[in-house]
Design a protein around this ligand. Structure first.
Ligand SMILES: Cc1cc2nc3c(=O)[nH]c(=O)nc-3n(C[C@H](O)[C@H](O)[C@H](O)COP(=O)(O)O)c2cc1C
Length: 202
């Protein structure tokens, strides 16, 4: 079967893309508004896109009112954000922060999470997350209704229990959640990890 995207509306395209481009990591983005209100929301249109310079990307849409989502507004106002990684223990809290709360509402409070100070940005980190990535806004590109936000990574915090003997992050210890289509998620565990060394060229 061949699907021509010209015959689909935006919702159908979203459903198709998000069920085949999987698994997607989740950027759980914490920001602060110019009035000092904390905000937290998940984004799975998320990717690391360059290591030199160290850049990541999130794609943020608009609310039903057509206004930019709070995350986008806050990043525009302050130029800073933190990407927190989501694990199984905090998955349900992440889901609460996806609700469309008003801008004056602090989603850390709503989800029962602990904001802790970051090192170089004003946006707080999620204490319960095993990894926090402090970013400054590198560029915001408006494409259609979306804000494609490029962030330059300034600092990374990792919990020590996810490091291996050599001091590197052990991805299987992280137990990171990936997003699949609809309301489905997956979890990266040791059993589901395949090691595949590059073959010899000869
Ligand atoms: C797992 C997950 C991934 C999501 N990914 C995106 C995304 O990539 N882009 C987007 O605009 N919204 C995404 N959403 C919806 C936002 O999280 C939601 O609209 C949220 O209320 C935005 O909050 P804010 O207005 O505080 O920024 C996602 C929701 C969930 C649960």
């Amino acid at each position: 079967m061949e699907i021509d995207l010209k015959n689909l509306d935006a919702k159908q395209i979203y459903k198709l893309m998000t069920s085949i481009i999987v698994p997607r990591p989740i950027a759980w983005v914490s920001t602060i508004s110019k009035d000092g209100v904390y905000n937290l929301a998940p984004f799975s249109y998320f990717a690391g896109i360059s290591s030199d310079p160290p850049l990541l990307l999130i794609s943020v849409g608009r609310k039903d009112t057509k206004e930019k989502k709070d995350t986008w507004q806050n990043i525009e106002e302050t130029g800073e954000f933190v990407v927190n990684m989501v694990t199984k223990e905090i998955l349900e809290k992440m889901n609460i922060t996806a609700l469309p709360f008003d801008r004056e509402i602090d989603e850390f409070e709503k989800a029962g999470l602990t904001p802790v100070p970051s090192s170089v940005v004003r946006a707080p980190r999620v204490k319960e997350a095993p990894v926090n990535i402090e970013c400054k806004s590198f560029e915001i590109i408006q494409i259609g209704k979306m804000g494609i936000i490029l962030g330059e990574i300034l600092k990374v915090h990792v919990k020590e229990d996810i490091l291996n003997e050599k001091g590197y992050v052990d991805t299987t210890k992280l137990q990171i959640i990936g997003r699949l289509g609809g309301a489905n998620y997956c979890i990266i565990t040791e059993e589901n990890t395949i090691e595949l060394k590059r073959p010899d060229k000869r």
